[in-house]
Design a protein around this ligand. Structure first.
Ligand code: NAD
Length: 487
């Protein structure tokens, strides 16, 4: 295997432009999910480190916001160039840290580059409104919130770091980021690339640490002016409660149990590779994974056979060897997925068709087999709960009405897809589906950086990506001007 260890230099936090260890002198270990072995040590930051980072951000923010928009944009473009120059290194770091296949990590790194490029390019091209009114005129301009806090998860570390930080920086905020403790390495590297690109010290700070310590401290700060959170519903609730106490805007990107509705006219064999990828990408640890197939009874048996045969061919192994599926991110995640699958086997209402445990021959690391459940009782937990692993449930439906009821019935409303050759039926169904993203005969093709992304209900609120993210990270100020007529 060609695994390269990151250097120790990559393990320090970035606060006020400096590489620093935690004030308390404590360390955390991040492990390679393919082997379970320690990959790197990172500082175990806590409240004092968050304090230093927020102070640094507060100090740097006014000058950052005062820069001409185009100058801020040029620095973000320089950061995009810095990422582009290190695609291979960053991809390997991401694969070693998260476990995902190298080709997927490359997609993520390119995505991060595109996000910094997108916001770098648009920031001086999007203007606000001016209106002539009786006696004068009025205009709006955009105010940065000030210091923005960002708590990010472990499944797409570099991509989600860029997704939240790039628009926040573009509109003039200074950021304090708390990456997930399992996968902090690319966030630290990008923060250094930002300094190399010329971003002033203090504008982008990264504090590593545990959720409850460093994340909790960031959420509890009264002087963090906006908080962006991506992660679980339980933590989202805590972060939102803390934000309510501070009377501060918060945006939450939470989980999903996204359905793919297959109508009876589809070509099952043709669809199988896309359906596989839609659930097994990143070993199913994707918030909008299509982990629930709702299928017309008429093609249920064909679909089940075709997907089972396909899953049996999937290769599993270390991300650095670029198999179809890599390991889960951590022992904790392996335990969680195993618990869901174990409970489903005893609960009834769903039959295990393939997979269900650790693949043979892969005793080290946190590998889990691609798994399919054929669901006879749509209310069974495995068909409703987010597993966040390579686990697909297949639920047959009788008619469109039942398909829509099942699609909208789990409480998560992040994404959904409809597959059919009949465009009228496709629109009839998608118009009844509640979700932040709906796809017709596709999955993932709209997941660029230009379009808004976010959820409804249990999947959270607020929109990342696209131009609207600029509104999420800034407030509008209206100024009215009375023009006194000249003599
Ligand atoms: P998590 O909520 O445990 O962790 C997410 C982040 O929150 C981490 O950085 C963690 O350190 C931090 N955190 C944990 N406890 C905290 C606390 N008390 N105070 C402040 N911060 C705290 O989530 P997870 O289990 O690691 O991530 C998986 C979940 O994230 C899934 O539900 C998934 O669907 C969701 N997710 C959603 C999206 C999206 O875009 N909608 C993207 C990725 C992941």
């Amino acid at each position: 295997m060609t695994q390269a260890s990151p250097t120790l230099e990559t393990t320090l936090m970035v606060i006020d432009g400096e590489d620093v260890a935690a004030g308390g002198g404590d360390w955390l270990e991040t492990r390679d999910p393919a082997t379970g072995r320690v990959l790197a040590r990172v500082p175990r930051g806590g409240a004092a480190d968050i304090d230093a980072a927020v102070r640094a951000a507060r100090g740097a923010q006014p000058a950052w916001e005062a820069l001409a928009a185009g100058d801020r944009g040029r620095l973000l473009l320089a950061l995009a160039d810095g990422i582009a120059a290190e695609v291979e290194e960053l991809s390997r770091l991401e694969t070693l840290d998260v476990g995902k296949p190298l080709r997927e990590a490359r997609v993520d790194v390119r995505h991060a580059e595109r996000l910094f490029r997108f916001y770098g390019e648009v920031v001086d091209k999007v203007h606000t409104e001016k209106l002539t009114v009786d006696g004068g005129f009025a205009f709006t301009d955009r105010l940065a919130y000030g210091v923005t806090g960002h708590i990010t998860p472990w499944n797409y570390p570099i991509q989600l770091f860029a997704r939240t930080v790039a628009p926040a920086l573009a509109v003039g905020n200074a950021c304090v980021v708390k990456p997930a403790e399992d996968t902090p390495l690319t966030a630290l590297r990008v923060a250094r690339l930002a300094l190399d690109a010329g971003l002033p010290p203090g504008v982008l700070n990264v504090v590593t640490g545990l959720g409850a310590d460093a994340g909790g401290a960031l959420a509890d700060r009264p002087d963090v002016d906006h908080l962006s959170f991506t992660g679980s519903r339980a933590t989202g609730e805590r972060v939102m409660a803390a934000s309510a106490r501070q009377m501060r805007p918060v945006m939450l990107e939470l989980g999903g149990k996204s359905p793919s509705i297959l109508l009876g006219d589809v070509d099952v064999a043709e669809l199988v590779p896309t359906l596989r990828s839609a659930v097994l990408w990143n070993a199913g640890q994707t918030c909008d994974a299509q982990s629930r197939i709702l299928v017309d009874r008429a093609i249920h048996a064909d679909l089940l056979d075709a997907l089972t045969a396909d899953f049996a061919q999937v290769t599993i192994g270390p991300g650095m060897e670029d198999h179809d599926v890599g390991p889960l991110v951590s022992e904790t995640q392996h335990r969680r997925v195993s618990a869901h699958v174990g409970a489903a086997q005893t609960a009834g209402g769903a039959r295990l068709v393939i997979g269900g445990g650790r693949p043979g021959g892969l005793d080290d690391g946190w590998f889990f087999e691609p798994t399919i459940f054929d669901v006879s009782d749509p209310s069974s937990p495995i068909a409703n709960e987010e597993v966040f692993g390579p686990v697909l449930t297949i639920v047959p439906f009788r008619d469109e009405r039942e398909a829509v009821r099942l699609a909208n019935g789990v409480g998560y409303d992040l994404a959904a897809a409809v597959w059919t050759k009949d465009i009228d039926r496709a629109f009839r169904l998608t118009s009844q589906i509640r979700a932040g993203q709906v796809h017709i005969n596709s999955w993932g093709i709209g997941s660029g950086v230009e379009l808004s992304f976010g959820g409804i209900r249990q999947s959270g609120f607020g929109r990342e990506k696209g131009l609207r993210a600029l509104d999420e990270y800034s407030a509008l100020r209206t100024t009215t001007v009375r023009v006194v007529a000249g003599r």
